[in-house]
Design a protein around this ligand. Structure first.
Ligand SMILES: Cc1cc2nc3c(=O)[nH]c(=O)nc-3n(C[C@H](O)[C@H](O)[C@H](O)COP(=O)(O)OP(=O)(O)OC[C@H]3O[C@@H](n4cnc5c(N)ncnc54)[C@H](O)[C@@H]3O)c2cc1C
Length: 418
């Protein structure tokens, strides 16, 4: 089958790789000049259970409200308060109850566990080296934060994900570079979570995909999808591309493309920030990756640099850097590893990541037999990329997916979506 994949982010490239492995003729269509130029570029690079927590979880609304007017906060709102944002927020808040969170986390964990297995296989098979580093330490500043993380710990236990709750002394023993000036209550250590350089991984997987015959068409933007009998046609500036089928893996543009064919999804583009800075004192830099639960910001060491990312901004229509988000990233760096680097002089970046209210992606078929979707991975898609790509390739090749697809397809929004 001739398949066009729209989007050269981690999701599109993983999809293309597995489709080519399954014997399809694949073309990736990407509007920028290379792969991993949007959300997959700024990615913090965490993979595993900590990275895949949905934003909507118990305690999130209260925490955000209590920090909204502080100079640092995990979430901020731009002046442009649009109705779509309020609709998305309302739906997200309804996903914050314990039962909804458990259901969403269970779905994510199923896909993340599968992805982790596939990633390990990819790393071994192609000898990929993208500055991987294992171990993530989730820091709880207060007893209340630890209490709110109990449903997460239950889920980790249920899925057999190794995790260990550490007191202050044990956390400092594990990560001796943690600042002694920042008070915290406890920390959750996840030894099997990883961090690595996501854009580097995507470029390496692109090479493997090319070796399997995948063609990459850069600087090519798809304006509209036209499903036809027995195929699909993609409208681009001055030309059309025909294929037997298309996979929409266009990140923040997926909602627009799907809306054009009558599929309206509650996908909302959230602006997320990252900072990258050179390590100045190697002895004082982190050995494991650290996730600050208060600010929902993570910090990791990538070769000679430290990367910090997080801070969701809602309602923004541009890529201007907002001071509040920068303050938050700098604070997290200064709080945990103050002398490892100068965070104020970091390179700051922000970009859109498409999130669904539940934080669980949508994969598979649509009401059109030739249009498939792999989108809505939100804040944790690198951790889900390999599993999502393989699942789509299996569905399109009429093979039974290797994991249960319940809750991961469009049917979770009811039949009217199909
Ligand atoms: C700052 C930040 C930190 C993050 N940290 C983590 C983390 O630690 N762990 C984790 O797992 N996830 C993390 N994420 C989330 C993760 O990076 C994203 O969910 C993931 O990269 C999304 O991948 P994607 O391929 O769907 O989207 P993208 O990487 O955005 O790729 C979509 C691609 O489609 C292209 N495109 C869009 N529309 C069109 C069109 N019409 N025609 C042609 N091309 C088009 C875009 O140019 C883009 O290259 C983070 C995200 C951000 C922004």
């Amino acid at each position: 089958m001739r398949v066009a994949v729209i989007g050269g982010g981690v999701i599109g490239v993983s999809t293309a790789y597995y489709l080519a492995e399954a014997g399809h003729e694949v073309a990736v269509i990407e509007r920028y000049g290379n792969v991993a130029q949007e959300a997959s570029f700024g990615n913090l690079d965490l993979m595993g259970p900590a990275a895949i927590r949905p934003w909507a979880m118990p305690g999130t609304p209260g925490r955000i409200m209590s920090m909204l007017f502080r100079p640092e906060s995990p979430m901020s709102f731009s002046a442009r308060l649009e109705p779509a944002m309020w609709r998305w927020l309302r739906r997200s808040i309804s996903e914050c109850g314990v039962q909804r969170f458990k259901q969403n986390q269970q779905r994510l964990q199923r896909l993340a566990g599968y992805s982790q297995e596939l990633m390990q296989h990819l790393v071994q098979k192609h000898e990929l080296d993208f500055q991987q580093r294992s171990g993530v330490l989730m820091m709880f500043r207060t007893a209340r934060e630890l209490e709110q993380a109990h449903p997460l710990m239950e889920m980790l236990g249920e899925f057999g994900c190794r995790h260990e709750l550490l007191d202050i002394e044990a956390a400092r023993l594990l990560e001796p570079a943690l600042s002694t000036h920042t008070a915290f209550h406890s920390a959750l250590f996840m030894p099997d979570d990883w961090a690595g350089n996501c854009p580097l991984f995507v470029r390496q997987l692109k090479t493997q995909a090319q070796e399997r015959g995948v063609e990459f068409h850069f600087n090519s933007e798809v304006q509209a999808i036209r499903p036809e009998i027995g195929g699909v046609s993609l409208q681009m500036e001055g030309r059309t591309v025909d294929a037997d089928a298309v996979v929409v893996a266009a990140g923040s543009d997926s909602a627009r493309l799907l809306k054009g064919i009558g599929i309206s999804l509650p996908l909302y583009s959230v602006k997320v920030y990252s900072a990258s800075t050179a390590i100045q004192e190697y002895e004082l830099a982190p050995k494991v990756s650290v996730f600050d639960d208060t600010y929902r910001v993570a910090l990791t060491r990538l070769g000679k640099r430290i990367r910090i990312a997080g801070c969701a901004e809602l309602g923004s229509s541009n890529f201007d850097l907002h001071q509040k988000a920068i303050n938050t990233l700098v604070k997290v760096g200064d709080d945990w590893f103050p002398n490892a680097a100068n965070y104020r002089t970091a390179s700051f970046w922000c970009g859109p990541t498409a999130m669904l209210p539940e934080g669980v992606p949508l994969l598979g078929t649509t009401r059109y037999s030739n249009v498939f979707i792999n989108a809505g991975h939100g804040a944790g898609s690198w951790a889900l990329a390999a599993g999502s790509g393989k699942m789509i390739a299996d569905i399109m090749s009429n093979h039974r997916p290797e994991i249960d697809t319940d809750g991961l397809t469009l049917t979770r929004y009811g039949d009217r979506m199909r």
